[in-house]
Design a protein around this ligand. Sequence first.
Ligand SMILES: Cc1ncc(C[n+]2csc(CCOP(=O)(O)OP(=O)(O)O)c2C)c(N)n1
Length: 676
Amino acid sequence: MDAAPSTVSKSGAATRAGAAAVGHKDMANAIRALAMDAVQKANSGHPGMPMGMADVATVLFTRFLKFDPQRPDWPDRDRFVLSAGHGSMLLYALLHLTGYADMTLEELKNFRQLGSRTPGHPEYAHAAGVETTTGPLGQGLGNAVGMALAERLLNARFGDALVDHMTYAIASDGDLMEGISHEAASLAGHLRLGKLIVLFDDNEVSIDGPTSLALSDDHAKRFEAYGWDTARVDGHDPRAVAAALAAARESERPSLIACRTVIGFGAPTKAGTAKTHGAPLGEEEVAGARERLGWPHPAFRIPASILAAWREAGARGAEASAAWDKRLAALDPETRADFERRIAGDLPDGWREALAEVKRAAGEEAPRIATRVSSQRVLDALSERIPELIGGSADLTGSNNTRAAGQAVIAAEDFSGRYIHYGVREHAMAAAMNGLALHGGVIPYGGTFLVFSDYCRPAIRLAALMGQRVIYVMTHDSIGLGEDGPTHQPVEHLAALRAMPGLVVFRPADTVETVECWELALEQRRRPSVLALSRQGLPTLRKEIAENLSALGAYILAPAESERQVTLIASGSEVEIALEARALLREQAISAAVVSTPCWELFEEQTAHYRDEVLGPGTLHIGLEAAVRQGWDAWLGRDDDFVGMRGFGASAPYKDLYQHFGITAEAVVAAVKARL
Ligand SMILES: Cc1ncc(C[n+]2csc(CCOP(=O)(O)OP(=O)(O)O)c2C)c(N)n1
């Protein structure tokens, strides 16, 4: 066989005839060879999984997956998620072979190198065709559930002509061992996401050795219990894999196909063992694998006929994609514009006006309500204006105030609603929201208690890493929740969330700020946001409502009345206390300004000049937040002080807790007097 460089000749017949003669085995071996060669060259990586799943992936990409490498963002493409992200070379090889322009042979040679499109684990936005960032096991499964759900939601609005695609995921033992897979699969089964197919790499090997060291589950039975269709096949028998895929596509339930494979298939001494999982095979083993597989070609050389066969597979979708364009063009202009706007991620006209109205009413009425209730008012006003806003809660709807007026519940029988009861599945909720956002066309928000942001954190981190607009409505944001006690009272969570790069954390002080923070969260096209909201009622503090002052991150809410001596910096529910302290200080002829800090991240983005104007260098600063001090030293100097929590909270009515933990106006005054 010829060993031409990995480029496609357009010269025609000979190559095409060659392509027709190329069989499954050669095509799958091309994946295996690229995977073992790239890992060998990088001297690190995971060859075993791509070598084991090459047959399954070949069947999927050549016969089932609807995609167009010339148009990676085609909205109705099938989604493919490599949940077992360590097997990244499987995906990179497929993208190269099928003809994605981003994935050149050079990129494969630069596997795992700085600045390449081929990082160790697939990273969203590094190369077209990578639908999500995977690597933390289980997350991709959760994303796939969200994508499959997004497909149904958009299908309910726009119909089969525009939205009718599958979501495929490849998951490994590790994916299925992770707790999130249970939550995500259970949710998918409940919602009967029939267009979701998970190909399970059932190789019975993980890092420590055979999975029997740690696991006795029957995964197929487990998924059956969740309401999935399941099948078991020999993952090296293309006909069996194809038959299972064909059957799964017809199912009205999500499908798990357990593909029994040999990890490191082809490696003469290491196949079937954990030794192939995460290390280069070694020159000798690679040479042996070439022989055993019948692949005589040098490293990174794909014979032209084999590459042509792959490119033909990649060209399969062009027709469907062109036909889809025609259907889009044939739509009435209004529906078409709505679809295109949603896919672009633009918000519809009128949403800001709806928010301004809530703000104006709050300014007039000056309600004393919890910011979670303020958030409800925002959602009630927004949900009709932004139909793509998809709400939900992990079984705390009434507490999180997340279900807006007019939002029908999404169910297996009816996807026309806009509210998801995620059940007590915070982790899957957060991962599914990533999938919803990545799919496009919908904007997800979901609620739980702030303390349970820990249960969402791995998925929040990926939302931040991928720059996705996901909005977390995290209520009960401090000891202010009262009697539920320290298990439910977040103390370190604001600090932990603020520590995460790319995440915007909002903690509004009243209804006006809550409206503003929602506006800002929706404006964050490339960042996720947390809204930390109070359980307890808070007064309306802001009189000036014309401008979105929360956009500055921090601002002077109440200026010093004479030359400023003290700056009280507070967020959320503690801004009220800061204002009380300011009044007490005035009685003692001490002049203090109160700075409200609804969002540190946005404040950090202001000019140094503005930050100084707000913080008043040279004045005494007191930070005030019913949470731990960590992070506050960015705003406080060595001679400044902090009034907040030093450890866990306690179970009691919240007013007693504020007294008990010394988060009071009197405590602030005492701190000021001790230092002035
Ligand atoms: C949440 C998480 N924990 C641990 C790891 C490290 N890790 C990567 S792969 C893997 C398990 C490998 O077994 P399997 O999933 O069966 O993959 P295979 O060996 O078949 O490639 C582990 C523990 C990870 N990537 N994510």
